[in-house]
Unconditional design. Structure first.
Length: 95
């Protein structure tokens, strides 16, 4: 069984919710980064660590990546390409 720690961005979305289920089924320890922690339970119905914040804010992203082995981004469906770009820059910078 894998013992890797996985952080999933966008876990409350259509793709991300399936990634969460598959990662848990494969035995990975996961944590979720979400803007709205209430949506984590609504969408995923799992009890895992949730980091709350905006992925476009580096100060929110950095602590979530501490001691993580794998990062998966399922971010999407934003109206602003600038937000998407800054989010992924923050993830890469903090990794």
């Amino acid at each position: 069984m894998p013992s890797k720690e996985v952080l999933i961005f966008g876990a409350t979305g259509l793709l991300g919710s399936h990634v969460v289920k598959q990662a848990l089924a494969a035995g990975y320890k996961i944590r979720i980064f979400a803007r709205d922690p209430a949506r984590v339970q609504q969408v995923n119905n799992v009890d895992v660590p949730v980091f709350t914040g905006e992925s476009s804010n580096f100060a929110d992203v950095e602590p979530a990546l501490k001691d993580v082995d794998i990062v998966i981004s399922c971010l999407g469906n934003t109206k602003s390409q600038t937000i998407m770009l800054s989010s992924h820059e923050n993830i890469l910078k903090a990794a």
